[in-house]
Every structure is written in C-alpha cells, then in structure tokens.
Design a protein around this ligand. Sequence first.
Ligand code: ACO
Length: 321
Amino acid sequence: MGTGRAVPDRVLTNAELEKMVDTTDEWITERTGIKERRIAAPDESLSDFALPAAERALESAGISGSEVDMVICATVSPDMSFPATSTLIQDRIGATGAAAFDLSAACTGFVYALGIAAQFLETGWARTALVVGGEVLSKITDWTDRNTCVLFGDGAGAVVLRAAEDDKRGVLGVAMHSDGSLGDLIYLPGGGSQHPQSESVLDQSLNFLKMKGNETFKIAVRSLAEVSDEVLSRNRLSHGEVDWFIPHQANRRIIDAVGQRLEIREGRTYVNIERYGNTSAASIPIALDELNRDGKISPGDVVLLSAFGSGLTWGAGLIRW
Ligand code: ACO
C-alpha cells in the first residue's frame, strides 16, 4: 500500500575514506561500485531512521498507524538487544496493541520479514502489517579495517501491506533459506551471551563485524540466482516477465553477474549502491521506495527481490505491484 525511507544526512565519500584507511576511490569504485554512503551521527540510532521511514510508508499508504496490527523490523543493528526496536516503532506510530518483533536475518532480513507478514495477511491473522528493514552498521564497523569499512552504510526503508481483495496483486511468493555451517563468513562475535561486552571484547575488537568477502562473493552470486529462479518457477513466471529486479545492494559486480545469469531485461535491474553502499536489511526497501516515489513501477508490474547475507541466509520475493 505504501513505501518510505529515511537515511542519515551525513554523506561519507570514497575521497574521505582515502584519508582514513589505505584505499583509493578507484579501488572501491571498481571492486564494489560504491561512491558514497550515509553514516549516522554519534547520537543517532536505528529508530532515528526506522521511525521516519515507517511514518512515510504510512503516509504514502494513506492510513494511520492505529490501523497497523503487526510491526516487523528486520535488523542486526537494533537500538538495543531488547526491547525490540519494532516495539518502539509500534508505540510511536500509535499501533496500539499490535504484534511487534525484530527479525535477525542480516541482509536477507527484509525478504524474510516480507514473507512472514504476507503469510499473516493471507491467513487473516493480521490485517495490516508494517515491515521495516533498517541498519546502523557504521556502529559495528571497524573504521581501521579497509576490507570492510568501505562497504557499508546506514538507513531504513519500510512498506505497508494489507490483505488484497484482488488476489492477482500483492506478494505472490517468498522463498527463504539458510546454511549455518557458513556462519563464519560474516559475523559479529562480541556483545552477545558468548562474548558479553567487556574490556577484553574491546581489546580484541570483537565488537566489530568480521567478513570473508571473497568467499561470500562466489556463494552470493549462485544463491541469488538459484533462489530467484525458485520463486519465479513456483509462480510459473519466466525471467523475461520480470519488470523490476531489485537485488540486495552488496556489490555492483554481484548485481551484474546475477542480472546476467537471470537474463533480466536491459535497464530493469535497479541499482543505487553507488549512493548508499551496503545497507544490509535496508537496501531492498530503500530501493523499492525510490522506484515507487519516482513513479517507475506501474500497477501490474512483476517485481523480483532477492537478498543474501550473514547466516548465511538468502531469499527471494515476488510481488505483482
Ligand atoms: N582498498 C584497497 N584494497 C583493498 C581494500 C580496499 N578498501 N579492501 C581489500 N583490499 C585488498 C585486499 O587486501 C586484497 O589484497 P591482497 O591481495 O594483497 O591480500 C585485494 O584487495 C583483493 O581482495 P579480495 O577480497 O580478493 O577482493 P574482492 O575482489 O573479492 O573484493 C569485496 C572484496 C568487495 C569485499 C567483495 O569480495 C565483496 O563484495 N564480497 C561480498 C560481500 C558481501 O556481499 N557480504 C554479504 C553481505 S554483508 C551482511 O550480511 C551484513
């Protein structure tokens, strides 16, 4: 019914990163496609972006927060471990008594959350769902590690869903997968019950995200293509029928490789990684909101979303707009 987004005001360019770590604009642009990213101020947290994104989605849907009976916030960088950031959103939008929970599936979080919300609407167990994907990864990024700090950005995107009368439109299907044996490819070791915050966690930099980028890259291309195929074939749709392909924005080379494998029509893969970097769970809803507000998606369009991330997790969603 509606979409919204909110990102920090602060723009961090590749030129600025050149002064922070041993890197170049050329390397970052060529290897990732990223030119700049948005970074939260020290006193900003996830809810500073998740809440305005949610409010804009409600406004574009033309409904009030009191009509929402389910709030899901997909994130791995919540305001705090608990209570869930979604409960804060629930309270601030006035969704009195709504179910609210955070969902942890890293970059795949929005696709998972979309699938869960759609199922609740389908069964009638919820009537109106607000699904938010948001991250402030800058707070768990090691700004001295050039392998990771050039990649990520902050922000949030949101969508409002309501059970449709017309069953030809809406979320046609979602496929979700994981492989926990690959958990060490991207993870945050510190701050949980295994390594609670302590001097030693800080000394060993366990409070920062770790990633084996190169190994993740190869798996990402394969899993994104496979899961996209899965959701398309389940709905008896061909690659050529996709009007918009919105992949998770992790790396321009991954996006291009998957687009080619899927034979997505020319100009129909949405890319905004150059402006935001990898915003994890926020990347797909931010992209959806840009497309929607720019009037590029038309009613009836087939929109394919696919994402992968820490877990590893991966998934795809198919929407008839
Ligand atoms: N500037 C300059 N050189 C760099 C930088 C940098 N910022 N970062 C790494 N390098 C160097 C490396 O040190 C390495 O040098 P070496 O050969 O001397 O050791 C060289 O560049 C090549 O490194 P690779 O890791 O092989 O580079 P690659 O082409 O794979 O690109 C990247 C790295 C961009 C991380 C890529 O692998 C990638 O995007 N992977 C996927 C990441 C991802 O999508 N993760 C999942 C989502 S994250 C989540 O769920 C929260």
